[in-house]
Design a binder for this molecule. Structure first.
Ligand code: HEM
Length: 153
């Protein structure tokens, strides 16, 4: 008896609301990437959530009118504190775990694939030559070395 339909796919904005609230709660609390939100950007989650929900609703369902510049805040963050492959690896890890914990299906797979693709694109654009390359057919590859597994203490 589950309190949530963990076996269902992501169907629309109401599901994204739940996914994103859970993801950003985990991201804010994360020792590696949390400080980008809490200390550097001073992000107000209640302001960020509707924007990021628009972003994802548009990315997955073409349903919202997101026209903001998603790159600019990351460029500002990166100049305040370098965002590394390990940081992006952690983002991807939290994103995949959050999606997998709540949903299963084609849209969930697309959400994970797009998250990793955008993480890689952001990292490449910010870090230039320091980013992993998309060579050897490994497009979308975030190196395993960038993933720091969370301890389950
Ligand atoms: C280590 C990785 C990342 C960190 C630390 C990070 C952090 C942040 C922060 C602090 C903001 C500014 C929020 C504010 O307005 O206060 C932001 C904005 C945003 N992030 Fe990220 N981010 C990361 C990766 C990603 C990835 C992979 C995506 C792809 C889905 C993404 C999507 C966005 C979008 C769309 C915005 C802009 C929201 C808006 O103002 O319209 N971020 N991010």
């Amino acid at each position: 008896m589950s309190h949530y339909a963990a076996d269902a796919d992501i169907r629309g904005r109401a599901d994204l609301d739940v996914v994103l609230r859970r993801f950003y709660t985990a991201a804010f609390a994360d020792h590696r990437i949390g400080p980008f939100f809490t200390e550097i950007a001073g992000t107000d989650l209640e302001v960020h959530l509707p924007r990021i929900t628009d972003f994802w609703e548009r990315a997955l369902f073409r349903g919202a009118d997101y026209r903001r510049n998603a790159f600019a805040p990351h460029a500002a963050l990166h100049s305040a504190r370098a965002m590394t492959a390990a940081d992006f690896g952690r983002w991807v890890q939290l994103w995949n775990a959050t999606v997998d914990g709540l949903h299963r299906g084609p849209n969930a797979e697309r959400a994970k694939a797009q998250g990793e693709r955008i993480a890689l694109a952001l990292h490449k654009r910010l870090a230039g030559d320091g980013a992993p390359t998309a060579g050897e057919g490994r497009v979308g590859f975030v190196p395993l070395a960038a993933l720091e597994l969370r301890s389950v203490a």
